[in-house]
Ligand binder design. Structure first.
Ligand SMILES: [Zn+2]
Length: 259
């Protein structure tokens, strides 16, 4: 009997917690935005405290400007923050609540402002689509019996799991790639954000082609959680008509090389 009540309880939670994300898919979210954003903020502070944060004024200004343009295009009222980390790692991330970091190692691959807008559009897309909350919900059900809720990131024995759910697990020694579905959703909305923000969306295809070329010799860190650069370049090309229409209607920003 206890088991049946337990099952009904779990089922009720699942039904009540299924919501539609902005890509139109029904998803499981057991963790509130407030809780996720608090975890995102704690993880952000933790990572920045262990990293060499760039004090290069011009570089910070340039990357923050691109990030703010993408953030505006999402229409989401996060408490956005942008940081540049001096590190040769080819990576960038956006944590729940809009906490963004760009590693200097990704700048030569991004090559220009539109390439970086493509990277940020995609990473921000994961946050807007609540992919971390979805993954954390799955972890909650699978591993911990809901005990991850309302815990302190810094002191949690599940720190690695929480970080992995947010897509930054490699920093804490747990690799957990986003699902293919998450990746294609983030690519899709990311392409729209960059186009609406006035960056040439065709640069997104070139970006992933450059990532693919790089992975033949030394696989970039970002590909440990973001596989199949060739496939995503192809899928992005297929969505180009809609993106170009948004770009044509936007206040266009000339494509300029990053310093
Ligand atoms: Zn991704």
């Amino acid at each position: 009997m206890k088991y049946i009540y337990g099952s009904i309880f779990a089922l009720t939670i699942l039904i009540l917690s299924c919501a539609q994300n902005s890509a139109g898919r029904r998803t499981l979210n057991l963790v509130s935005d407030d809780e996720m954003n608090a975890q995102g903020e704690q993880a952000y502070v933790d990572i920045l405290s262990k990293s060499q944060v760039s004090t290069n004024y011009n570089l910070n200004a340039e990357i923050t400007a691109i990030g703010q343009n993408i953030a505006s295009a999402t229409g989401e009222s996060f408490k956005w923050e942008f940081s540049v980390i001096n590190d040769a790692t080819v990576n960038a991330f956006c944590l729940p609540g809009g906490k963004v970091a760009v590693y200097t190692g990704i700048i030569p691959v991004a090559a220009n402002n539109a390439g970086l807008a493509a990277v940020l559009g995609h990473e921000v897309g994961h946050a807007i689509l609540r992919h971390s909350s979805e993954r954390m919900s799955q972890q909650l059900l699978l591993q911990t019996g809901l005990s991850l809720i309302s815990i302190n990131f810094e002191e949690s024995p599940y720190k690695g799991v929480i970080a992995a759910a947010m897509g930054i697990g490699t920093t804490y020694g747990i690799e957990l790639p986003f699902s293919r579905l998450d990746e294609s959703e983030a690519d899709k909305v990311g392409l729209e954000y960059m186009a609406r923000a006035g960056y040439d969306p065709r640069e997104a295809v070139k970006l992933w082609e450059r990532m693919g070329a790089l992975s033949d010799s030394r696989p970039p860190e970002i590909l440990s959680t973001h596989p199949d650069p060739a496939n995503r370049a192809k899928a992005l090309s297929a969505q180009m008509d809609k993106a170009m229409a948004l770009y044509e209607a936007s206040v266009k920003k000339p494509t300029v090389n990053l310093n």
